[in-house]
Ligand binder design. Structure first.
Ligand code: IPM
Ligand code: MN
Length: 363
């Protein structure tokens, strides 16, 4: 690794800027322990870029990302820009474009559970008792999100719209290998989600995975239909370890994985390309309703930074220090509003204070 590591900071919209600011506090604190020199460059993206330049993904931002070693992303989108055509909106015009441009086909969304917050989970205690720690791996640059043709035709009552679910062997193989490699480091089992009783793409998906599973004899590969999977996840999440999904099913089930932990405000993610260039972002959205109020929960953003330190900088110990600091702060009863459990010892804090508390708890 060279001595300089450049991170492109794309705060975006909604709560993005205020939670990124907290992640920066953490980085400022731990950077002395890193064996590279960190250079941060901020770029405008999403609705903020529309307002400034009339374009959700300015060339300068894309170029800046290209020059960096990793991207730390906040969130994009909000009702203010929903009047725009889909392709020009922050979600499709910036986030999906960046994913496709950098070939970030492998999206990892870990969902683990803080005991301190168990009361927030919609699941019953007897289900939670067994705990869970799931790595949801979502194919991110293919499937129905990007398949062509896609569009609308005709007018009046005959008007119709269409999208295409499409997967090549190549695309399934490369995400499959990522999943098997991750499974090797975890509980050595994968549950692949599909709808192979209806969809051709799912049948191919299964065939390809069965084929490459021969290279990973110690990993147990199982398949589950998406409709059954969402039920099983509520009934007994502890049965899952690595969940592997095509793009759309992964979008759905990763939100469910998030919610059963009790809050989407705590879940980070990374999206990699073949060279493990990564974009790190919280799994929750831009939460425009609470933006700018200094009440948002910065934990998912801080954990996204922690993932960057673990995966891109390979400094596992420092990432662990950050994760431990978060646990410590929660354990001491500090909560942002979204995490309020109404316990007697709870202390509600704002975004800034939560960031500072976590920063100060890193030892
Ligand atoms: C996600 C989001 C995005 C997606 C949206 C904002 C386009 O929901 O990252 O899960 O659908 O992929
Ligand atoms: Mn989603």
């Amino acid at each position: 690794m060279s001595n300089i590591f450049k991170i492109a900071i794309l705060a975006g919209d909604g709560i993005g800027p205020e939670v990124i600011k907290q992640a920066m506090k953490i980085l400022e604190k731990v950077k002395q322990y890193l064996n590279v020199k960190i250079i941060l460059d901020e770029y405008v993206v999403g609705g903020a870029a529309i307002d400034l330049y009339g374009n959700t993904l300015p060339k300068k931002t894309l170029y800046g990302c290209e020059q960096s070693n990793a991207i730390l992303f906040g969130s994009v989108g909000g009702p203010k820009w929903d009047y725009l055509p889909l392709n020009k909106r922050p979600e499709k015009g910036a986030l999906l474009k960046i994913r496709k441009y950098f070939n970030l086909f492998a999206n990892l969304r870990p969902s683990f559970f803080y005991n301190e917050l168990s009361i927030l989970s919609p699941l019953k205690e007897k289900i939670l008792k067994k705990g869970f720690n799931i790595m949801c791996i979502r194919e991110l640059t293919g499937g129905i999100y990007f398949g062509q043709p896609s569009g609308r035709k005709k007018k009046g009552i005959n008007e119709y719209a269409f999208d295409t679910e499409i997967y090549s062997k190549f695309e399934i193989e490369r995400i499959g290998h990522i999943a098997f490699k991750i499974a090797l480091k975890r509980k050595k089992k994968i549950c692949s989600i599909d709808k192979a009783n209806v969809l051709n793409t799912s049948i191919l998906w299964r065939e390809v995975l069965i084929n490459i599973s021969k290279e990973y004899k110690s990993v147990k590969l199982e398949f589950m239909y998406i409709d059954n999977a969402v039920m099983q996840l509520m009934k007994n999440p502890s049965q899952f370890d690595v969940i592997l999904c095509p793009n759309l099913f992964g979008d759905i089930i990763s939100d469910q994985c998030a919610m059963i932990t009790g809050s989407v405000g705590n879940l980070p993610s990374v999206s990699f390309n073949q060279d493990y260039f990564g974009l790190y972002e919280p799994s929750g959205g831009s939460a425009p309703d609470i933006a700018g109020k200094n009440i948002a929960n910065p934990i998912a953003q801080i954990l996204s930074l922690s993932m960057l330190i673990e995966y891109s900088l390979k400094e596992y110990n420092i990432s662990k220090k950050i994760n431990d600091a978060i646990k410590k702060v929660l354990n001491r009863g500090y909560r942002t509003l979204d995490l309020s459990t109404n316990e007697i010892n709870e202390k509600i804090v704002n975004t800034e204070d939560m960031g500072t508390l976590i920063m100060e708890s890193i030892i």
